[in-house]
Write a protein that binds this ligand. Structure first.
Ligand code: GAP
Length: 436
């Protein structure tokens, strides 16, 4: 597939706004610093991305369990994890225009005014600080989590005990994370509030290498199984100087963004760094006792860590397509069925009152099974186009023949094939088509 271009990015951002996927936050007040709200279609698409991840990482496995840890936690978590000391970006100030930049992003020149009069880089901690309770003082400081991962490490013993799992096993979690990014941008690629989908997979230390390779393959396959063209993806091992403070080896799943290759997901070998750090700091044993062999060890951790919001954007960029149907140009989001916000749109051929009760009956039959849209305005061709543009895989048309034969027409977004199906067989027919 052709690499996404800057023009495509602009088109997709406009589509997101125009059709209700993503809105700039606080728009009536002029927006708020690269923060975004997910509209009626965006909330569905984002949820479907997270559900597809959960299905693959938790539901279809018997060696992974889920967790939903709090966003706020004891500050001791972030002290022990190393985030208070190490989760920093190098910042420089421009002495001429007073703008602040990430030193590793700009070289020796201010991108705003061109001045070379920059301060020395200083470490800036990216965690958002807040105060818990009514007193704003040191003792009440807390941090919004910058990754979901630590919630899984500090619950390691709880999960081990209650789930009766043994290594190799994993804990999976999706949820919001917060980073005071200095240079957010490129739409939802880098924002200060975003969603992550992370797995911490605990393994016997001597199996870490094998599991690292396993998860690199598995995660790359997840994207292609959901329709992402393989030539827009690659796996890139980090150079030693790029590694996070906790990692001995990381490979990124990269996507070909309009501005070049960039991270979609990181797969890291975190060794026993986190469990050991929390064990030392809390005084609690975070280890596994293997009764069969009588040995005790601290598991090593392989962590595939993806961004849900960033992944949603990548799927949109990859799905956007245009073609010509009946001599008219059409925009179509070729989203995988599992990701499409609406699975089915019910469209009465005309707004005539005689069709409405039957169309509403069909809608009522489908709603318990699929996320449906219902649209009776405008000409049918226009309504097909509107559904194509938001990626709806199937349109179900109720026409005047339906009143006689109790059958409807299913139209396929991609093949444009239309088939007549009895209303009584409609749910099963759509279930079959959506299962592929
Ligand atoms: N627990 C490991 C961890 O958090 P990371 O590489 O910093 O690793 C994982 O983050 C993923 O989270 C990234 O690959 C990216 O998809 C997403 N992510 C990180 N920072 C982000 C931001 N500011 N905005 C949107 N997504 C972000």
């Amino acid at each position: 597939m052709d690499a996404p271009t800057p023009e495509l990015m602009e088109t997709v951002v406009n589509l997101c706004k125009r059709r209700g996927f993503v809105f700039p936050s606080s728009e009536i007040y002029g927006g708020f610093r690269s923060t975004y709200d997910y509209g009626p279609l965006g909330v569905l698409l984002l949820r479907n991305v997270k559900d597809a991840w959960w299905r693959s990482m938790v539901q279809l496995r018997d060696d992974v369990v889920g967790l939903d840890a709090a966003i706020l936690s004891s500050p001791r978590v972030w002290e022990a994890s190393g985030h208070l000391a190490n989760f920093t970006d190098p910042l420089v100030d421009c002495r001429s225009c007073k703008e602040r930049w990430r030193a590793d992003h700009i070289g020796d020149t201010c991108p705003n005014c061109g001045s070379k009069d920059l301060t020395e880089p200083r470490a800036f901690n990216m965690m958002f600080k807040t105060f818990v309770g009514p007193v704003e003082e040191g003792a009440s400081v807390a941090y919004f989590r910058p990754e979901t991962a630590q919630g899984m490490f500090v619950n390691f013993a709880n999960v081990l005990q209650t789930s009766r799992k043994k290594p190799p096993f994993g804990i999976a979690q999706t949820g919001k994370s917060f980073r005071n990014e200095i240079t957010p941008g490129n739409f939802v690629f880098r924002t200060r509030e975003f969603e992550q989908m992370e797995l911490e997979f605990f393994v016997p230390p001597d199996e870490a290498g094998t599991w690292f390779d396993y998860w690199c393959d598995e995660r790359l396959r997840w994207y292609t199984d959901l329709g992402m063209p393989a030539d827009l993806l690659r796996l890139r091992p980090h150079d030693p100087e790029e590694l996070s403070h906790y990692s001995t080896g990381t490979s990124d799943v990269e996507f070909r963004y309009p501005w070049g290759w960039g991270e979609l997901e990181g797969i890291a070998n975190r060794t026993d760094f986190d469990l050991t750090a929390h064990s030392d700091a809390s005084g609690q044993r975070l280890e596994y006792f293997d009764q069969a062999t009588g040995t005790r060890y601290v598991p090593h951790v392989i962590e595939p860590a993806a961004g849900a919001t960033r992944t949603m954007m990548a799927f949109l960029l990859a799905a956007y397509d245009t073609d010509v149907v009946n001599d008219e140009p059409r925009t179509v989001l070729r989203l995988h069925h599992r990701l499409a916000p609406y699975k089915v749109a019910v469209l009465p051929l005309s707004k005539k009152e005689s069709l409405t009760p039957t169309a509403r009956r069909v809608l009522g039959l489908l709603q318990p099974h699929f996320m449906c849209d219902y649209d009776e305005t405008q000409a049918i061709g226009r309504r097909y186009r509107r559904q194509d543009e938001i990626g709806t895989p199937f349109c179900v048309t109720v026409d005047f023949d339906t009143l006689d034969d109790d059958a409807v027409t299913i139209r396929d977004r991609d093949s444009l094939e239309q088939v007549r199906v009895p209303i009584g067989a409609l749910v099963a027919e759509l279930q079959g088509r959506l299962a592929t």
